[in-house]
Design a binder for this molecule. Structure first.
Ligand SMILES: *[C@@H]1O[C@H](CO)[C@@H](O)[C@H](O)[C@H]1NC(C)=O
Ligand SMILES: *[C@@H]1O[C@H](CO)[C@@H](O)[C@H](O)[C@H]1NC(C)=O
Length: 514
């Protein structure tokens, strides 16, 4: 009888634990059209729906099959989805082009978002949401929407922080050791790179403020007349769930409400298509997998670079799987499997895949560390230079820059990562990646639920609120300098007094003696 009672108490206890987090009404705001971005968020939004939350998602990627608790508001017909559109090139000019691209898509997506009938109905019908999840990338427009709906906001990113996200969360941006998303140099930049990233940081922040945020603010004002400044709303965000992990991107200075949840998009590997599986399993010396992602166009790679790659590969005994949009490669190399589309995660999960030659997007890089596949990282645009630096610094792989790509150089890099000792170290890194107190997905879900339930508190660091002169301690320094000057002044006067009285004493002594 006693045993039964304690069992009953136990069951009641478990039930109350279950009921602690009730089903939340969640709105997701993802107007950006980059496939690689939404591919990170999709598994997370699905998981929230699976766990019983009512999830409404505004995005360009509506589901094909319906899912319980998951509702789409599609912007797909208003926005052009990005895929295979960027050429493989890199220069200061392409960085400038990226800034223009970021700001123009951000502001036009804000217009499409607010003009959407279904989105406007949400505001008109005063829909009640417990939480708004929104992508933090090239627009803060969704913050205005969340304000109108009166819901707390949790930001999501599919990459490291954008230059304009540091201030609002109080994350220190110090060019001496914080990588700049779009530039090389990692955490140990040269003086040249430190100056370079300081200039670009100032440029990106200024451009964002005047050609991004201000434009969005005006767009919002066309629909609503009471939206506070977007930067102020940005500071009131509860959390930022950052798609990084310190094992890959290094130990960073992050406040308590910026939480690393890198890794949750990686799915359990599925069986490979039979042709591909045969190609991998029949390889005697393993396979090198090459992909430059879903946005870059491999067929626009300069022809001499392609020839350098194929020449390097022909020196190696490994077979090659290459994501390539064309029918054939120049020179028709043997032992290469070409395809427009490949199940990347399932390929990387295969133990015979020994190296991954990549443009170093954060998704592919995350899948590589997850499965322990060494990388040769050739960054092209966006956050890839900083990801590639992280790959090298973490020991996941080595970098090769596009402008130094030659047969000999690539061969050297591939041989480095194909070395069994290198592979073993990467396997150890991958083991550490999986060793966590709570999975990335559980952590991301937990903090979203936490934000909804404890939304009356603010978790922002005081560092985000102090004026710049206090942040840099300029006032303290000024006071200390003034005190020091006063001290010197007093000392000088004192010494002067002592000397003059001493000399006058001596003089009077002298005159007494005479
Ligand atoms: C769930 O979301 C849908 C779509 O936004 C909405 O129509 C429905 O009323 C919501 N259900 C609950 C129980 O809040
Ligand atoms: C949050 O604050 C508002 C206004 O101050 C108050 O009405 C509400 O009850 C509070 N909610 C919780 C959960 O404490």
């Amino acid at each position: 009888m006693r045993v039964d009672l304690s069992l009953l108490v136990h069951i009641v206890y478990i039930c109350t634990q279950f009921y602690q987090v009730h089903s939340l009404n969640i709105l997701g705001v993802f107007p950006y059209q980059g496939k690689s971005h939404f591919f990170v968020f999709k598994p997370y939004l699905e998981e929230l729906a699976r766990r019983g939350h009512n999830v409404t998602v505004i995005s360009c990627f509506p589901r094909e099959k319906s899912m319980k608790n998951y509702h789409d508001i599609s912007l797909a017909d208003k926005v052009q989805v990005l895929e295979d559109v960027f050429p493989i090139k890199r220069s200061y000019y392409t960085i400038f082009q990226i800034s223009v691209f970021l700001l123009s898509t951000g502001t036009s997506n804000c217009e499409s978002l607010l003009a959407d009938e279904n989105v406007r109905n949400l505001v008109k019908s005063k829909a009640k949401f417990d939480l708004v999840l929104m992508e933090l990338f090239n627009s803060d427009c969704g913050l205005g929407l969340a304000y109108k709906l009166g819901a707390p906001v949790v930001g999501l990113s599919s990459h490291q922080l954008m230059p304009w996200h540091y201030n609002r969360f109080g994350v220190p941006y110090n060019p001496s050791f914080v990588p700049f998303l779009l530039l090389e140099g990692g955490t140990k930049p040269t003086l040249y790179q430190r100056v370079e990233r300081t200039i670009f940081d100032a440029y990106f922040n200024t451009a964002y403020k005047y050609f991004g945020q201000r434009v969005d603010q005006n767009t919002l004002a066309q629909y609503f007349d009471d939206i506070p400044p977007l930067e102020e709303l940005a500071r009131n965000m509860k959390f930022l769930l950052l798609y990084t992990n310190f094992l890959l991107t290094g130990s960073n200075l992050l406040p308590s409400n910026v939480i690393e949840v890198g890794g949750y998009h990686v799915a359990k590997p599925k069986p490979l298509p039979s042709e591909l599986r045969k190609f991998i399993e029949e390889s005697e010396h393993g396979v090198i997998y090459i992909s430059f992602g879903s946005v870059l166009k491999a067929t626009t790679t300069p022809i001499d670079k392609i020839e350098a790659i194929t020449a390097a590969l022909s020196e190696l005994p490994q077979r090659v799987i290459w994501k390539w949009e064309g029918e054939t490669l120049p020179g028709n190399p043997k032992n290469v499997f070409l395809s427009k589309w490949l199940p990347q995660n399932d390929i990387l999960a295969h133990p015979k895949v020994l190296a991954f030659y990549s443009h170093c997007g954060l998704l592919g890089t995350t899948e590589a560390i997850y499965h322990g596949v060494p990388m040769v990282a050739m960054p092209i645009f966006g956050d890839q230079p900083s990801n590639a630096a992280a790959v090298e610094e973490s020991g996941l792989g080595v970098q090769i820059q596009l402008n130094e790509l030659s047969k000999a150089k690539l061969l050297e890099k591939l041989r480095t990562v194909l070395d069994p000792k290198f592979n073993q170290r990467v396997k150890k890194l991958s083991e550490a990646w999986h060793d966590r107190p709570i999975s990335a997905m559980d952590s991301a879900v937990y903090w979203a639920e936490f934000a909804a339930q404890h939304h009356n508190f603010t978790f922002r660091t005081a560092a985000a609120d102090v004026p710049l002169y206090q942040y840099l301690c300029l006032d303290i320094l000024s006071v200390l300098i003034v005190l020091f000057l006063i001290f010197i002044g007093i000392l000088k006067t004192l010494l002067k007094c002592i000397f003059t009285s001493k000399s006058s004493l001596q003089r009077s002594n002298k005159s007494k003696k005479q």
